[in-house]
Ligand binder design. Structure first.
Ligand SMILES: Nc1nc2c(ncn2[C@@H]2O[C@H](COP(=O)(O)OP(=O)(O)OP(=O)(O)O)[C@@H](O)[C@H]2O)c(=O)[nH]1
Length: 575
């Protein structure tokens, strides 16, 4: 069964560990004893809990070890395969697997069909404009990309095309599809290295047998492809170590009701990275908080110190005021042990982070299966949009969703190339337009047509972060949004704003502008690794009223996960 990475923390319908989930697990107690603090437990309960935790961690560790040693998931002992460039011949073949050939044709039909174009054109001026542009561009002989039958090797579809025509197969130049290698069946009794070598050999033989010398179609072999590894070869298993970070990560997973056998190395690695990323923020807040809370009822001086700590972590004024007032309700009257006070603070923060979800009555952010989900990814230049798209497409691919990327950041030529690299890495097709100064709405139109033709479940749309001026940018986003609404009225649409956490409060101002143009439904917070402004997550939720959907804590393909308030708060406040 495929592991759904979008729901990885949801053993029930809640976004955070529900009481029910917590009751189901013997380790699910809040507050969880901190690993460091349980080293010398003084009570029986603490001892039991610590023993349980150790047993859980050991079982999880053993399980991961076994998985890593099994031949199916064994990785190459050296990086030869991972770092070897994809031969160009391979890139041609992988760009046109049998399915892609037929679906491209279908998509072209859909995009070019006069009937459909006419029907859609009636609905909106923009659509009419796009359809017109498509036909003008199609007439442009220079831009027509030809793919001869010889290049479409080893596909039954191609053989049937060859039977019916001697003419080259012509693709719609407006609709360019990048497809990466899909896994092929190989003998199971071979090692990973042997299988990879055998696959390469077989491909080369097929190519040699059927190839004649033809100019390489530019569209199918982006320059980057030759230096990019495939998702199959690039995946190197992270190192497994039974260290303090492992213990902490398994504790967090156990508290969410996970079983040892469900714990994967990717999750452990992610949690360790998240905690490490929030190190600076945590040190700032936690040390001060621990020194203050638990000393007795909060007095004026203590309140001021907590406020200062939260503001320095970029929690923002509004969110800080709220946290202080909630803390005071409990701590004003009582003398509370530091652990209990921190546990109470964790609860306040979790509630704040989950508030937008409660209001929207949405319990999960996973894309629906067998439905077209369109996620519009917006944000200013350099916030991490393209990287986020690459990472989400990787998650989607791993979780068994049919995914597609629309490269609608046509303002910056390099952006299209960049998104293609990510498409190659994650094994997801990219719909782009090779022309200069092309209309991004036209790319979105084509991408939706392609998605509908091939029953895509998740279409990720990259957008420009900068135009000549703010008004142009917002007009463009509004237009894209209108096209999506009209061309895919039944699709489940999410509009996500990518925010760079290192900008802290400054990033929030951008959000208001984007919110009007793109009807934002959530935020992706990137670059949480290494910033002391991790508290901005609370400001995002409090000030914008938007839920955080994903968080990024690194530049790698695995360094983004659906947001979990529980994990975030644990990483923020566990010392
Ligand atoms: N450290 C770190 N770097 C990140 C993260 N996400 C993205 N980046 C880096 O931020 C830089 C900008 O990312 P892009 O994805 O190109 O940003 P963009 O918003 O698409 O930018 P434009 O295409 O110029 O609009 C790149 O160097 C990324 O590697 C993250 O979570 N952590």
């Amino acid at each position: 069964m495929v592991f759904n990475w979008f729901r990885r923390q949801h053993n029930d319908s809640s976004n955070t560990p529900s009481e029910k989930t917590q009751q189901e697990t013997p380790l699910a107690k809040e507050p969880q004893p901190e690993p460091a603090e349980t080293a010398n437990p003084t009570t029986e309960t603490a001892q039991d809990s610590s023993t349980d935790l150790l047993a859980f961690a050991k079982a999880a560790y053993k399980n991961i070890q076994q998985k890593q040693q099994s031949p199916e998931v064994a990785t190459p002992p050296n990086s030869e395969i991972a770092s070897s460039p994809i031969p160009k011949t391979e890139a041609i073949e992988t760009a046109q697997p049998p399915e892609a050939v037929s679906t491209v044709a279908e998509a072209n039909e859909t995009a070019q069909s006069p009937e459909i174009a006419a029907t859609v054109a009636e609905t909106t001026e923009e659509v009419a404009e796009i359809t017109e542009k498509q036909s003008v561009s199609t007439a442009g002989v220079d831009s027509v990309t030809e793919i001869t039958e010889e290049q479409l090797v080893s596909t039954s579809e191609v053989e049937s095309v060859a039977e019916t025509t001697e003419e080259p197969v012509t693709l719609n130049p407006e609709l360019i599809v990048e497809e990466t290698e899909s896994p092929k069946a190989t003998p199971v009794n071979l090692s990973f290295l042997e299988r990879a070598a055998a696959e390469r050999q077989a491909k080369q033989e097929r190519l040699i047998a059927s190839a004649i010398e033809v100019p390489e179609p530019e569209v199918l072999t982006p320059a980057v492809a030759s230096t990019t590894t495939t998702s199959e070869t690039a995946e190197v298993l992270p190192e497994l170590a039974f260290d303090e970070g492992f213990m902490w990560s398994t504790e967090v997973l156990a508290a969410q009701g996970r079983r040892p056998e469900d714990v994967s190395i990717e999750e452990i690695t992610w949690l360790k990275k998240l905690r490490q990323g929030l190190d600076k923020t945590r040190r700032n807040i936690l040390n001060q908080l621990k020194a203050i809370v638990g000393q007795g009822p909060l007095n004026q001086a203590a309140v001021a110190e907590i406020e200062a700590a939260l503001l320095q972590a970029d929690v923002g004024v509004e969110a800080t005021d709220y946290i202080i007032s909630e803390l005071q309700k409990k701590l004003r009257a009582e003398v509370t042990a530091p652990e209990e006070a921190i546990a109470f603070l964790k609860e306040i923060l979790r509630d704040m982070l989950d508030q937008p979800l409660k209001e929207s009555h949405k319990s999960s952010f996973a894309p629906d299966k067998e439905t077209l989900n369109i996620w519009l990814i917006t944000g200013v230049n350099g916030a991490g949009k393209t990287t986020t798209i690459g990472k989400i497409s990787h998650l989607a691919q791993k979780s068994g969703y049919k995914c597609l990327i629309g490269a609608a950041d046509t303002f910056r030529a390099a952006a299209v190339e960049q998104v293609k690299v990510w498409g190659t890495r994650s094994g997801v097709e990219v719909i782009s337009n090779p022309g200069k100064n092309t209309d991004p709405a036209a790319v979105v139109f084509d991408a939706i047509a392609a998605a509908q033709a091939r029953e895509t479940e998740l279409l990720l749309v990259d957008t420009a972060g900068r135009l000549q001026n703010k008004k142009n940018l917002m007009d463009e986003l509004s237009k894209i949004r209108r096209i999506i609404d009209k061309k895919a009225p039944k699709a489940k649409i999410e509009s996500l704003l990518v925010l760079d956490a290192t900008l802290g409060q400054n990033g929030l101002r951008q959000a208001e502008v984007f919110s009007q143009a793109a009807q934002l439904s959530g935020v992706v917070l990137t670059k949480l690794d290494g910033t002391a402004k991790g508290g901005v997550a609370l400001a995002v939720v409090q000030q914008l009223g938007l839920p955080i959907r994903f968080i990024g804590a690194g530049e790698g393909i695995e360094d983004l996960r659906p947001f979990s308030s529980y994990e975030f708060v644990e990483a923020l406040l566990s010392g």
